[in-house]
Design a protein around this ligand. Sequence first.
Ligand code: WTA
Length: 637
Amino acid sequence: MAFPFQIKSLSDYQQAYKHSVESPEKFWAGIAAHFKWKKKWDKTLEWNFDQPDVKWFVNGKLNITENCLDRHLRMSCDQPAIIWEPNDPEEHHRVLTYNELFFKVNQFANVLKNNGVKKGDRVCIYMGMVPELPVAMLACARVGAIHSVIFGGFSAQSIADRLFDAQAEFIITCDGAYRGAKDIPLKNTIDDALVGCRFVKRVIVLTRTHTPVSMIKGRDVWWEDEIKKVETQGNPPYAAEEMDAEDPLFILYTSGSTGKPKGVVHSSAGYMVYSTYTFVNVFQYEPGDVHFCTADIGWVTGHTYIVYSILCAGGTSLMFEGVPTWPDAGRFWDIVEKHKVNILYTAPTAIRSLMAYGTSPIVGKDLSSLKVLGTVGEPINEEAWRWYHEHIGKGNCPIVDTWWQTETGATMISNMAGVTPAKAGYATLPLPGIQPVLVDEKGVEIEGNDVSGNLCIRFPWPSIIRTTYGDHERCKLNYFTTYPGYYFTGDGCYRDENGFYRITGRVDDVLNVSGHRIGTAEVENAINMHTGVLESAVVGFPHDLKGQGIYAFVILEKMHENQDQTRLDLLQTVTRIIGPIARPDKVQFVTGLPKTRSGKIMRRILRKIAEGDLSNLGDISTLLEPMVVEDIKNGKV
Ligand code: WTA
């Protein structure tokens, strides 16, 4: 399809932006008209941020999969929808055309139906990066079930917490996953998670690694066997369920300031309209382009820019099963050359880790197909930006620095490739429909340029978070009460003299480790579960590759015991409770933590110590035991 809403010049952008702020309803109704609806909406927007209660395209009816698949069949049925590149370069890649993807999604929707999945049911998906993962997601959407994809790196305990929270009765998984040199035993981890989750009725297991797995009678079935049953039924098409615009499409868990991950809920219509709008405009996608987003589908970036937005736009999405450094650090560049990738979208942490190998893995690789580069997930340092620009983009590919969050569903602040200006380290300007505001600690808006503050959004956009699953109050408290009347992002931000935005990082107790959000409270909870631990405090510190590393200060019951072994045991506990992504980089055993007289841990001081800034700790006279700070400084690891 051609994209009638594609912005092609700076003045187009300025005009669209003005229109979107002056008449948001008209603006979004105009965009939404380009999608396939089963019934048109009655009213474009109803909202208040106090409840919060946001509804877009009220009473509209649709199924997002008809937008991702059915409507492309006439024009582009033989065009690749998904190109899949396996972990091992020796294995053949796979291409699913729109026709084939449509067929597979219908087939698997029938599998879901045969297994009792109904509209509104929650289905947990815990798979590696195989094409059956988007098939499973789209099949859920086709039958109207709400999927909750869990990143393959999460532990059994983390899965169990999420299954319980979502009361998910169905699970789709693989025997195992390949990632670099490792085989990851997904089904075994699910089995461990299910020990305490008796409400799970069905586990559908795809074969990928042929790892031995245990299959429980009456509960576990093989994907391949279930497909055969649908084949004997004659592969009937699956009539896409009619969904209300506001029916949830998916739940995606993310870390916040408290110990428990929250299930961010996205709607069907608003998410579809806004994510597609951003995809087409930010990347300046042209029909036929191959778009390679290197994220894992377990995170929001993969949901939005590997699956939903790109398929809604009829694009070609390249998905990669492996890691950038295996079998060697040239893997991304081989993929770009092999599949003639036009748009490469990755994270600063990946760029930094590849930079560390120098330019030899790039030499001799033909990267001339690249037109646009993108980055997401954390602030990009200037050095990484320049390297990406010079060595990958050869100086002539615009870099889009896309700022957004799980809760925002799609990109909020970003330049548009080649259309609006770029500036290293800056997400630059808000997309049409997005009204950023900087506020001070008291919530007073900071106007003008060359100012810093906490980043809020003043007006709803179509893919704003609707609720946190099962706990609406939590959604309100987290995002809408800190600064009444605004959605609060949790990020600090600087607006330069030209009005360009630069995200400076989280201002709450959330870390960003290799682009993954990790709440300090979650890590502390895991550490505190380890035997012999009395108390702990976790902060971030600057890390060359990961952006932020995790630094844990831990008080043990018995300080004199073998600390090296205890440290290793403790890391094992965190890996077991959350997963390897939350494993602290540094653990320092301490005798006390700096606390105020009311018992609150002064994280500011710990952060300074972890950063190595020992000279300027600020006022410590209000501490309960100021001496403890000296001890901690002396024991820094
Ligand atoms: C950070 C990922 C600077 C930010 C899409 C945000 C960024 C958090 C950028 C959301 C960027 C994301 N520049 N910081 N371009 N993109 N962030 O939910 O702190 O995994 O709040 O969503 O990542 O992480 P999440």
